[in-house]
Design a protein around this ligand. Sequence first.
Ligand SMILES: C[S@@+](CC[C@H](N)C(=O)[O-])C[C@H]1O[C@@H](n2cnc3c(N)ncnc32)[C@H](O)[C@@H]1O
Length: 277
Amino acid sequence: MNYRHSFHAGNFADLVKHALVLWLLERRQASGPVTVIDTHAGAGVYDLSGEGARSKEAEAGVARLMAAADRPPTIEALAREVARLNPHGGANLYPGSPLLIADRLGAADRYLGFELNPPVLELLQQALEPFAHATARGGDGYDQARAEAAHVQGAFVLIDPPFERPDDYLRAADTGAAIVRADPRAMVVIWTPLKDMETFDGFLRRLDQAGVKRVLVAEARLRPLTNPMKMNGCAVVVLNPPAGAETAAAEVCGWVADRLGEAGARAEVWMTGAGPA
Ligand SMILES: C[S@@+](CC[C@H](N)C(=O)[O-])C[C@H]1O[C@@H](n2cnc3c(N)ncnc32)[C@H](O)[C@@H]1O
């Protein structure tokens, strides 16, 4: 297991994922208490100044987010969380999904994060210590998420694998599909990189074959997908998206592509069955 999210924390892909997770969580909380299950939780918080110079990815991501003057509401919500974590200014600390979510839990809400890598699990447990309703557990997040979601109604599940294993696409699709098939009130949010379209289309086909028909696809492409060896963009795929999610996703992906992308960058946001607009 080589993946270290600390090298990527605060990059454009984290911004897309986290801005959308915050919006989706708020919508889900409006309809009652929620249990959030985070299959691949990571460390919870990242010190961007920790390993020498701040990574180029964070410079091109969160540093530009915090310097931007024109942040639409979905993006502003994330910028406020970063600012809260850095009361003296700047963006040396960046919140991961566990911290962003735990910070917003109400008295009847719960967060459960899984992390396979023991040293990262230890960091996660420390980061979640102040939050009474948040728990970190070791082990494989896919299998445990399925088991946990079966005990709650309308779970909010985040599946955010490193995609360093060839079966991550299959397992992400199959886990998400199994959860919404078992409980149509559950919402599943899956993050994927965008390298080439064949891989991503195969992932969407797998969801379709598994019987998942209401899927929001939100893509932020930083450049045309001509070099499949590069992460050219990212996508957030939402199974059972709430009303308004398409508009929120267009705001998030549009801002990231526009402000952080290269020539040819663009956002594509669509519901499966309809194809890109
Ligand atoms: C992309 S990072 C997670 C980032 C986090 N969700 C966030 O938004 O802040 C992926 C994490 O998953 C962990 N991991 C890898 N395979 C796993 C598995 N099968 N179950 C649980 N965690 C896993 C890695 O150690 C890594 O910390």
